[in-house]
Design a binder for this molecule. Structure first.
Ligand SMILES: [Zn+2]
Length: 353
């Protein structure tokens, strides 16, 4: 059994227990807490199926989760639910629960946005959704190709949803699938790796696409190469909630698998956007623009600036991995695990400027 079922060190829990939070935080919490939303958790006691309807009332802040729901879920806006993953590398202990996963409930159907990093935690996410709604799973949207966001897809296969992603995801994921599977098999161990399948999108998006859930629409938008070459953002128009996937990292160091220049340009664009709230791929359940982008922008700018200077001085990649962005070391979790890879990717990109 995954330790994701148990509160533990490194787990982003607040308060006294675990459960489903309901009610939009901006209604449930005072102004002072609006910018850094810290959810409170109730211990799980039993589940009130009727609670979902009541959840839309700002008077009711929190409702105990179903006794059988394994993951913590917060309702960040009416009908918009987010699970916050751990700030960890994948392991037998966390079963690949290390990214955020969300779902949006409409009048007729539900859409899942990212499915976590294994079929095991994907099933736990699916159980959480079933505890909140009996609406059919119409769409599973992947924000990009990385395993911590797509390897839970297999858990939803039986529901026969439409799998939605950037049209470039299939190529990127297919070419890396063998490597992703080998690495995750080794890091997750046999139990947590069980059931993982590479599931490619059945509805590729190039540009903008609307998904109808009945009474609410999700707008999917492919983005230029930044974090990867296949990022996709999603807006729930009913609540003006923008899901940025891994185009927004908070606390967890950004991971660069696309273009540092492209990412910084996109951040400039996001800074001008208006949204009631944004959901990062890694970080708190919900954040506010433009402040949420600031640390990520600082990190990517530091790397790019230092690397350009080193290239000008004819320094090598090895020099860059030692010094570029070094002042960011204590500002992020998992810096040791990803920073050298980020510098390597940015160096390869920027040396050809
Ligand atoms: Zn991720």
């Amino acid at each position: 059994m995954c330790a994701s079922r148990q509160p533990g060190p490194g787990r982003p829990l607040h308060g006294i227990g675990r459960g489903v939070i309901v009610g939009p935080p901006e209604l449930a919490l005072g102004d002072a807490r609006r910018r850094s939303y810290e959810p409170l958790w109730l211990p799980r006691r039993g589940f009130l199926r009727a609670a979902f309807a009541l959840a839309l009332s700002p008077l009711l802040r929190y409702v105990p989760a179903h006794a059988g729901t394994p993951l913590d879920i917060a309702e960040i806006a009416p009908g918009v639910f987010v699970h916050q993953g751990r700030y960890e590398m994948q392991s037998p202990d966390n079963c690949g629960d290390m990214a955020n996963a969300s779902f949006v409930v409409g009048r007729d159907a539900v859409a899942v946005i990212d499915t976590l990093g294994s079929a095991v935690v994907g099933r736990e996410l699916r159980n959480c959704i079933l505890a909140v709604t009996d609406k059919p799973f119409r769409y599973v949207v992947n924000t990009h190709m990385h395993p911590d966001h797509v390897f839970g897809n297999a858990a939803f296969k039986e529901d026969k949803p439409v799998f939605v992603a950037n049209h470039k995801l299939a190529r990127g994921l297919s070419s890396r699938a063998e490597h992703y599977l080998a690495v995750n098999k080794q890091m997750l161990g046999p139990d947590a790796f069980e059931g993982i399948e590479v599931i490619l999108p059945t509805l590729p998006v190039d540009g903008t696409l609307s998904l109808d859930l009945g009474g609410r629409t999700l707008i999917c938008q492919t983005e230029p190469t930044a974090h990867t070459d296949n990022d996709l953002t999603v807006t729930d128009t009913l609540t003006d909630t923008l899901f940025l996937g891994d185009l927004l990292f908070s606390v967890h160091v950004p991971t660069l698998d696309g273009s540092s220049r492209g990412w910084l340009a996109l951040i400039d664009d996001f800074e001008k956007r208006k949204a009631a709230r944004v959901v990062p791929g890694h970080g708190p359940h919900a954040m506010q623009l433009p402040d949420a982008l600031e640390p990520e922008k600082r990190y990517l700018t530091a790397i790019a600036t230092d690397i350009r200077e080193l290239i000008k001085q004819d320094k090598t990649l090895e020099d860059a991995t030692r010094s570029a962005g070094a002042e960011e070391r204590d500002k992020w979790m998992l810096f040791q695990d990803y920073h050298v890879r980020n510098v390597t990717a940015a160096f390869a990109e920027l040396e050809w400027e």
